[in-house]
Design a protein around this ligand. Sequence first.
Ligand SMILES: Cc1cc2nc3c(=O)[nH]c(=O)nc-3n(C[C@H](O)[C@H](O)[C@H](O)COP(=O)(O)OP(=O)(O)OC[C@H]3O[C@@H](n4cnc5c(N)ncnc54)[C@H](O)[C@@H]3O)c2cc1C
Length: 501
Amino acid sequence: MKADSVDVVVVGGGGTGLMSAYAAARHGRSVLVLEKGEQLGGTTRLSVGTICASSTALQKKAGIDDDPDSHFRDMELFFGSLANRDNRELRRLLVDEIPETIAILTDLGIEFMGPLPEPPHQKPRLHAIIPHSRGFIVHLEKACKKLGVQFRLGTSAESLIIEDDRVTGVRAHVKGDKALHVFSARRGVIIASGDFSSADLAYKKKYMSGPLLDIAGVNPLSTGDGQRMGEAVGATVVNGDLAWGPEIRFKAPPHPSPIARLPVSRWFARCVNFAIRTVPQKIMRPFLLGFVTTFLAPSLKLFSEGAILINRNGQRFCNEFDRPQDSIGRQPQQEAFIVFDDAVAQKFSQWPYYVSTAPGVGYAYLEDYERSRDDIFHKADTLDGLASQLKVPVDAVKAAVAASNAERNNNPGAPAALTKGPYYALGPAISWIVFSEGGLKIDNQFRVLNQRNEPIEGLYAAGSAGQGGVLLEGHGHHLAWAFTSGRLAGRKAAIAAPING
Ligand SMILES: Cc1cc2nc3c(=O)[nH]c(=O)nc-3n(C[C@H](O)[C@H](O)[C@H](O)COP(=O)(O)OP(=O)(O)OC[C@H]3O[C@@H](n4cnc5c(N)ncnc54)[C@H](O)[C@@H]3O)c2cc1C
């Protein structure tokens, strides 16, 4: 069989695409995954790696009596003013199917810890991958390859091919080749190309407004290609104005620690999981934080307790109490530093004053950052010393702190002035769109719908690209959707009648 003619073509090799490919190949179909990046993984690989699920083996082991009905209801507790924007049918499908998704991922060799609580969920439901999200990709890729799935990296899908009102394939740019390649799909094309947080301004403006337009997505490859390809054949995007962000996050570590490069085999992950349960936290923390390869989000509590923000020019640029995340995008290099004194630092060394949540340990404190993140942790006895570490103008930093202190001294309700050395800075911190929520409109068979709400034959979508209006608020629902929708879309495409079949 020629590589360019298969039963199912999957656009995108992130969590959704890999799970779709695996599911379709399990039905004995030939599957080709097109991935525009140089490696598989997409945003899934960058994620913290929590999945929210009920009725799993881990819940049962922990004696937690839970079910999809309660999960369905609890999801609403996160919606707030968005409640009427949700696709209830897809939410129902999601909660009913996640337990099987978790079981399949576990069978493939993926190890979870937890379940961890996340109020207002009434039961602990967060399943966190051990040791990190690369495990999803490694295990799924291995399983796909065993079933004969083919991968084309550096291959960017550009448009869908339509013949007799049916999608029959994809045109794509293959790296190093000027001509467009045609990849034909006898049974279906699955769009699994992620979100559009890093799309160009013109595309973003179609759906988004305000500070979201000033900032980029965490994953530069999340350019909404699937949404555009779908729209070009008559599909629509739902909830395009919604995004997770702007949100302040630290950059991922520039060089993953040697620990993060350790293998993610089932046995290794099991040993780590066992150690988490049995070895004292104090000993495990540095080890577990060594696995962190993701973009951690500093708690906004740092600001309510006294930290200020300065930009690369050493200037304070916003009221830190009033959505500082909206202003960072307009600063030089779209970056800022979180600056505070020893009084604040002392506070952020224990619960409930954590600097950020972090995979493996739950919450990371200042000491954890000092030990594990020397790329973004800065400390000096004086403001002069701190400014020179940050390579920002000393006078500007001193003026920023002095002005903030003067404001605070005149305002009895304000946090204490920053006067007690040593002084600290965390950063650069960047304001990102972590991901956008606008995905193609689909039905409960994962078929992409046109403007008349009719399925476009031969075309499926899943994951962020096929979010279909389901609200995934709280933690762990995006990966839950990625793997579950990918699995179901893969199965639907696999059992679809072939062209001329
Ligand atoms: C820092 C961070 C932490 C997160 N943590 C969590 C978490 O703990 N729990 C949770 O539930 N969610 C989390 N999320 C969200 C979650 O990771 C995503 O919603 C999910 O991974 C999306 O999966 P996907 O397969 O749809 O997209 P992706 O994983 O992005 O995969 C899409 C793939 O398609 C490729 N692609 C794009 N265009 C084309 C094209 N034209 N041709 C070929 N390939 C293309 C991309 O390169 C990419 O590899 C996090 C996100 C971020 C950024």
